[in-house]
Design a protein. Structure first.
Length: 80
């Protein structure tokens, strides 16, 4: 099941990177991104970065490396 979900999230991430204009037309601009990520292309950059994050995160989740990364980063805070 995790492979189907991971591939689905990867496909969504791929389309967020490739079809950014479609996401801009349907979901609109983000004021925070426009203010902090660039003058005119802040929202486009945000959608592309989210798409790349979806692709990398789902790949790490499918291979089982995501849990190890979280434990190595936050393990000390929870005594693991």
């Amino acid at each position: 099941m995790k492979y189907f979900l991971g591939i689905g999230v990867m496909i969504v991430g791929f389309f967020m990177v490739v079809k950014t204009q479609w996401f801009m037309e349907n979901f609109g601009r983000n004021n925070w991104a426009e203010e902090h990520l660039g003058i005119e292309g802040g929202s486009r950059l945000m959608y592309k970065l989210l798409g790349i994050l979806f692709i990398v995160g789902s790949f790490l989740g499918m291979t089982g490396m995501l849990g190890e990364i979280f434990i190595s980063i936050f393990g000390r805070a929870f005594g693991l």
